[in-house]
Design a protein around this ligand. Structure first.
Ligand code: EZ4
Ligand code: CO
Length: 416
């Protein structure tokens, strides 16, 4: 029997013939999907879920790959619906990272088949370059200020700053030793310590020092990493108002959308959230009620380009701008997907770019690059513009790494 609307390939179309999942660790773990088609094209997608990489690899290998073989690679929207509605069990980070990788690989293939970069398929270039923010960190306020100053000298127009909270043995977002900051550590989770009073006492002083010494001529950002109650978050937002932040990120655990209503009503410090979101259902209230200013979803964790476009369009309707998550744990493929969207959408805000371990450049080569603190993408490289060297990937096998956990000073669990 022939089903209506079947996604089986028709004559002359591009059929998916190979589905491979590669997990490699050039400095940190990445989950990469490779799709091959009958016309000899290869598309790449990113499914990296920091600390849970193998669950996504299994979802793709064991449950998605059999569904893709023989399908028409040009039907991006229909395959998205097939993978989202098909399993009955919707959403969740593992499922949505898997769908993201497929969707990115299909857009990559579509661009390569058309001979165009993906941003052309998304409506074309809307800006020449992207305001991009890196991380500045320090073990003291002085070090943090110097770190911000160094980033400004490199040409960045926006900088996120985090510094060690005095009295705590370690702090989120601060480098350890001379190494660049990386959230996940080898083997079992590090245990970090947390004190809300110490944090709240410190951050306003830190941000004031940055403004006092370096002025107001750049966008200043800070990440609260989901640790405050709505009341504490409102207090922090108010304290920071004189420093005119570009945004205060993830002030409260993100699954409670309505928690943002009193924060937004209580402070004029702009709010950003969304790096842990998986779908539009995680942020539709936040956006449609204008409780946030920036939506932080990453293309890798939110259903790929197809679904991100939907979120970003909803955001544009409500005056919310983009600030795609761009840590080192979104692979250069996922970063390329962010960049192609950023270049094309009307409501771009800023792009995070944490940078990558040196070894990652042996595996991934991109058509976007950092120029004077701003990301730019080539006009003439088709698809997402990322090349993946599978022999290099083989030199860096998977290494178990977990994100830290966070305990209050009495030993009980807190949000990390
Ligand atoms: O902790 O990506 O804004 N950036 C962040 C990151 C996240 C990591 C988690 O895997 O919050 O540093
Ligand atoms: Co963050």
């Amino acid at each position: 029997m022939t089903a209506l609307g079947t996604t089986r390939a028709r004559h002359g179309s591009r059929t998916i013939t190979d589905v491979d999942v590669v997990v490699c660790s050039p400095g940190r773990n990445y989950v990469t999907l490779r799709l091959g088609t009958t016309d000899g094209l290869v598309g790449w997608g990113d499914a990296t879920l920091n600390g849970r990489e193998l669950a996504v690899a299994s979802y793709l290998r064991d449950h998605v790959a059999p569904l893709l073989l023989g399908k028409d690679a040009s039907r991006i929207g229909d395959l998205w619906q097939y993978l989202y509605r098909g399993p009955y069990w919707r959403r969740g980070p593992v499922t949505m990272a898997s769908i993201s990788a497929v969707d990115q690989a299909l857009w990559d293939l579509q661009g390569k088949a058309a001979g165009m970069p993906v941003f052309q398929l998304l409506g074309g270039r809307a800006r020449e370059r992207l305001m991009t923010y890196p991380h500045a960190t320090g073990h003291s306020v002085e070090d943090a200020v110097a770190s911000v100053a160094g980033r400004l000298e490199e040409g960045y127009a926006a900088v996120r700053v985090q510094a060690s909270v005095p009295g705590l043995p370690s702090t989120y977002g601060v480098h350890v030793g001379d190494e660049a900051y990386e959230p996940a550590h080898t083997d079992l989770p590090d245990e970090e310590a947390w004190s809300t009073p110490l944090y709240l006492d410190f951050v306003p002083r830190l941000m004031k020092r940055v403004r006092d010494e370096l002025g107001f001529g750049f966008a200043l950002l800070h990440d609260g990493h989901h640790r405050l109650s709505p009341t504490e978050a409102t207090w922090l937002g108010r304290e920071l108002e004189p420093q005119r932040l570009f945004w205060l990120e993830d002030v409260t655990p993100a699954e409670d959308q309505r928690a943002f209503a009193p924060i937004k009503a209580g402070t004029t410090t702009p709010l950003a959230v969304g790096e842990v979101f998986n779908s539009i259902w995680d942020c539709q209230e936040l956006i449609s009620n204008r409780w946030i200013d920036y939506i932080r979803c990453a293309t890798t964790h939110t259903g790929g380009i197809t679904h991100m476009r939907r979120i970003l369009d909803l955001a544009d309707l409500h005056g919310v701008r983009s600030g795609c998550h761009g840590p080192s744990d979104v692979s250069p493929i996922g970063m390329a997907a962010n960049v192609h969207l950023d270049v094309a959408i009307p409501n771009f805000g800023v792009q995070e770019f944490m940078g990558y371990p040196d070894a990652a450049a042996e595996v991934f080569t991109t058509s976007y690059r950092l120029v004077d603190g701003h990301l730019e993408v080539d006009d003439d490289v088709p698809g997402l513009g990322v090349e993946v060297d599978l022999e290099a990937a083989e030199r860096y096998p998977y290494v178990r790494r977990y994100l830290p956990v966070n305990r209050r000073l009495d030993g009980s669990m807190h949000d990390w």
